[in-house]
Structures are given as structure tokens and as C-alpha cells.
Write a protein that binds this ligand. Structure first.
Ligand code: SAM
Length: 297
């Protein structure tokens, strides 16, 4: 069968199975099957697929029709300009998590820029090169890797409770020759991590089991439960992380977390006593990133 007919058939199949964005998915899976880019699909509409290619394409389409996310079929997801490996052991990195990176970089830039001669000597500030930070619940390693890229002299740690997730994070670090730049820890939140941090960053599980019905079926069925659900209310992991972060941060250090609109108010309450608490929205105006500073006393 010619490429263009195979693609048309795939779009029709995915549409009839109610897969969202059927054209995009059909093209993506064909690129994956042929190991090509999108330009190739349009440059070679009459190229005949071999029997093996057609059968691999059919298998990928069958998985997608069952609801398996395209990223778990192709094994890849783009984040912060990097092509990351993903498997069902890790959450698929989301574009909104890039707001976490932007927030960290803004805070980092303002913290390392002396405002006045006094501030230049302030005991709580360290120069940029001394920054020590940790990504809690690293999953694919997307946050830690983006920060390693952006903060080349920082000391970066990454934790996850899932050994399988850490394996993927390590593989992603190796893919970019950055494995020596990240200290990986198989730990429950910050347990056992030595020393004080300038920044604690996390996209923790924050969905409540009570709101499970509102979560996309693909997420519920295929993404790791421990990555998505925190407990009945959704704040259970954050409730444990906030006091641990307070103990592990240096005075004046920042906690930056991804959250959802559902838990925004509760998160603010949990951060009572912290300084400069701010919740920033994502592009859909949903409260998405909370930043808070450990009091300087
Ligand atoms: C929402 S996912 C975030 C993954 C990745 N950081 C991202 O932004 O795509 C949450 C991650 O936290 C991990 N996790 C859940 N509970 C944890 C805990 N108590 N301690 C450490 N990691 C935990 C999960 O295994 C999962 O990888």
C-alpha cells in the first residue's frame, strides 16, 4: 500500500475509534514506524510500505486505539527542547511543567543579582555557582535535566520513590551526557538527603482519588498511579513535602512546586508562615506553580 493511502486509512481508523487529533496521531505513528520526519511523509506520498512496515504501523495504531498514549508507543516526549525517553514507569512530561523551570530560573536570576551594596554582602545569598537544588519526584528526569542545562554550575539532586522511574531518568541523563551532573536518590521525598538546599523543586503527585472521574481515561489507565494520585484529597504528598522542605532549605531558600487549581487554596494554607508566597497561572489561566521562601530566621 502507498504511504498516502496507509495514512488516510489510519486517520479514518483513529477517527472512528474517537482518538483525539487523529491526523496528528496517525502521522506521528507513521513517522515512528518509518523512522522518518514529517517532511518525509509529504515528500514521498507514493512510497510503498513493506509488509513489515505496514504490520508495525497497524500494531501501533491498535495500541493507540486502545488508548495507550502515543508517547508510550514511540517511547519519546519533547521537554524544554530535549527529546526524552519515556516508558509507562514515568509520567509523560507536560508542557505546563515548563512553567516550573521558568519560575526557578527567574528566582535564581533575581537571587544572584545584587540589588544594593548591602544585598551584595547578605549572608543568605550565594553566588550562582554555589546553588544546590533538588528535584523531588523526578520521574523521567525532565525538571532536573532542564535545570542542569540552564544552570551549568549548580549542584543538582533528583529523588524518586520509584526505582523504575529513576532508571528512565538516569537513561535520559546519559542520553545527554549529563549523568555525572545529577545525584540520583531512591528516596521518599527528601528523606536521607544530606545538607541544606538553596532550592527545592517538585512536580509532585497532586490529583485526589476523589476527583478520579474527572481525570482523562488515558491518564488513569496508562500513567503510573503513584505519579498522578497523592491520596483521597490530592494534597497528601504536598502536606508531607512542605515541612520536609522547610527543614531542608537554607534560610531564604525557595520551594517551587507544580500544583492544580483544585489544591491551590489548600496549598496556600499549608504555606502559612512562609514568605513571598505566590501562585502563578499557566497559559490556560489555571493556578499552576507555587513559589514560597523559607523565612530568613
Ligand atoms: C507528577 S510525577 C512528576 C514527574 C516529573 N518530575 C515530571 O514533572 O514530569 C510525580 C513523581 O513523583 C514520584 N513520587 C511519588 N511519591 C513520591 C515520594 N513519596 N517520594 C519521592 N517521589 C515520589 C513518582 O514516582 C513520580 O515520578
Amino acid at each position: 500500500m502507498q504511504l498516502k493511502d496507509s495514512l488516510a486509512g489510519a486517520i479514518a481508523r483513529l477517527s472512528s475509534e474517537n482518538v483525539p487529533s487523529p491526523r496528528l496521531n496517525a502521522e506521528l505513528l507513521l513517522m515512528f514506524t518509518l523512522g522518518s520526519d514529517r517532511a518525509y511523509l509529504f515528500a514521498h506520498p507514493e512510497r510503498v510500505l513493506t509488509a513489515d512496515e505496514q504490520s508495525r504501523y497497524d500494531a501501533a495504531l491498535a495500541q493507540r486505539s486502545r488508548g495507550v498514549p502515543a508517547q508510550y508507543i514511540t517511547g519519546h516526549q519533547e521537554f524544554w527542547g530535549m527529546d526524552l525517553i519515556v516508558s509507562p514507569a514515568v509520567l509523560i512530561p507536560r508542557p505546563e511543567t515548563e512553567h516550573v523551570i521558568e519560575t526557578v530560573l527567574e528566582l535564581q536570576a533575581s537571587d544572584s543579582r545584587p540589588q544594593t551594596p548591602d544585598a551584595r554582602n547578605a549572608e543568605v545569598r550565594g553566588p550562582r555557582s554555589e546553588v544546590r537544588l533538588v528535584d523531588v519526584g523526578t520521574g523521567s528526569g525532565c525538571i532536573a535535566l532542564a535545570l542542569v542545562k540552564e544552570l551549568p554550575t549548580a549542584e543538582i539532586h533528583a529523588t524518586d520513590i520509584s526505582p523504575a522511574a529513576l532508571e528512565i531518568a538516569r537513561a535520559n541523563a546519559a542520553r545527554y551526557q549529563l549523568e555525572k551532573r545529577i545525584h540520583f536518590h531512591n528516596s521518599d521525598l527528601l528523606e536521607g538527603l544530606p545538607g541544606r538546599f538553596d532550592m527545592i523543586v517538585s512536580n509532585p503527585p497532586y490529583v485526589g482519588e476523589s476527583e478520579e472521574d474527572t481525570v482523562q481515561l488515558e491518564v488513569r489507565k496508562f500513567e503510573p498511579r503513584t505519579a498522578v494520585f497523592a491520596g483521597p484529597a490530592g494534597t497528601e504528598v504536598i502536606e508531607r513535602l512542605i515541612p520536609q522542605a522547610r527543614a531542608a532549605l537554607r534560610s531564604g531558600g525557595w520551594l517551587v512546586m507544580e500544583i492544580s487549581g483544585t489544591i491551590a487554596e489548600k496549598t496556600k494554607k499549608l504555606l502559612e508562615g512562609w514568605e513571598d508566597v505566590e501562585i502563578k497561572p499557566d497559559l490556560q489561566s489555571i493556578p499552576r506553580v507555587v513559589q514560597a521562601r523559607r523565612p530568613k530566621t
